[in-house]
Write a protein that binds this ligand. Structure first.
Ligand code: SF4
Length: 372
């Protein structure tokens, strides 16, 4: 396939997230390339809100600009050093091991910056090519924290890869690389995402992914269903209408024009994966990196509350209650005072000064503090 690489200098590299999301725990993200040669058909980056490539004049003659027109942020490492130097040391999501990395090596240079400055790193990969930087990832893991997350959605559905991930390294090779990462002492697990409704959501597939993860050294499986929006949704629906028309009809009812499937569906999948993980002795949540310092307890309590929020979602609980929990979790996560100290000095009244925390949630936080 014809690939057009466009080197350029970006003005900014680090995105600072307003809040941690309770899934990957990252506070920052920074990536060296725009576009992805792997070109998975379900990729959410295909949505025009993220993918401006199709609009670029020089990309218009390409069949699939998203996977054929790759912009290279040649100054990414130096900008990263400059921007991270001013930020607190929280998890940064970085790295991109698509084939252009062999030529530009920017992921490696960015990891060197993270190592030098002591930032914990999250990498989400689909390619064994990441192993070229295992030396650095190991050093980062020893100095602060690192996690290599494997994006794997299918183990049993025949013909899946040819249709949805035609350019990607095989699923077996991803599991084998997971094992090497685990053997190097680095945290690893599976992002079982996106689960494609009626295609990769069979009980057999759920069980196979969880079992293989445990067998190959992964410590957790995060299950997330396909999201649908904009150009990505249009392209994906065209693909499944062509290859599996009987399934396409069911999507309309499941998504009902929304971004995510109905709660009963995602909740059901999440509950099944949770049970399978328990059976295999691994987790269905990703353990959080807790930086040392006066807010370590806050981060731990926020982790528990955000995990609880996830389980409330699985049970399709009241959305306002879930939102209140989430806001309180962020309040705990972001306050710069030690909440344990606050509790010892002023009791529940002290906890109520945390943004988003009222009477009920102060009692819930007290419970966690007494348990720690
Ligand atoms: S590898 Fe990831 S970023 Fe690249 S196309 Fe596939 S889903 Fe998108």
């Amino acid at each position: 396939m014809k690939i057009r690489c466009i080197p350029y200098k970006t003005k900014k590299i680090v995105n600072i997230h307003k809040h941690v999301d309770g899934w990957f725990w990252e506070k920052y993200s920074a990536h060296p390339y725009i576009g992805c040669q792997y070109g998975c058909e379900y990729c959410y980056w295909r949505d025009e809100k993220y993918n401006m490539l199709a609009r670029e004049k020089d990309a218009r003659d390409l069949e699939d600009p998203f996977s054929q027109y790759i912009k290279i942020k040649v100054n990414a490492p130096e900008l990263l050093r400059k921007e991270l130097s001013r930020l607190p040391k929280e998890i940064i999501y970085t790295g991109d091991y698509q084939p252009v990395e062999a030529k530009f090596n920017l992921s490696r240079e960015m990891l060197k910056v993270c190592l030098d400055l002591g930032f914990p790193v999250l990498i989400n990969e689909k390619s064994p090519f990441v192993l070229k930087d295992l030396d650095l990832i190991k050093d980062i893991s020893e100095k602060s924290w690192a996690c290599v997350l494997w994006s794997i959605s299918n183990h049993t559905s025949e013909g899946y890869s040819d249709i949805f991930e035609p350019n990607l390294p095989s699923i077996e090779s991803r599991f084998k690389t997971m094992k090497k990462i685990a053997e190097a002492g680095v945290l690893t697990g599976t992002a079982f995402m996106p689960i494609l409704p009626f295609i990769t959501d069979s009980d057999d597939n759920l069980e196979a992914i969880v079992k293989k993860t445990a067998e190959f050294g992964g410590r957790f499986v995060l299950a997330g269903s396909l999201t649908m929006s904009g150009a990505q949704a249009t392209r994906y629906m065209q693909i499944i209408t062509r290859h599996c028309p009987e399934v396409a009809k069911k999507y309309r009812a499941l998504y009902n024009r929304g971004y995510i499937p109905k709660c009963e569906y995602t909740g059901g999948i999440g509950e099944k994966v949770k049970k399978l993980c328990e059976k295999q002795g691994i987790s269905d949540r990703m353990p959080r990196y807790i930086p040392p310092g006066k807010t370590a307890v806050n981060k731990k309590v926020a982790e528990r509350l955000l995990n609880e929020t996830y389980y409330m979602e699985l049970r399709c609980e009241n959305k306002y209650r879930i939102l209140a929990y989430r806001k309180a979790s962020w309040g705990v996560d972001e306050i710069d005072k030690d909440i344990k100290q606050l509790y010892y000095e002023k009791g529940l009244e002290g906890l109520k000064t945390i943004p988003g925390v009222g009477s009920k949630l102060s009692l819930r936080i007290e419970e966690e503090l007494l348990r720690l």
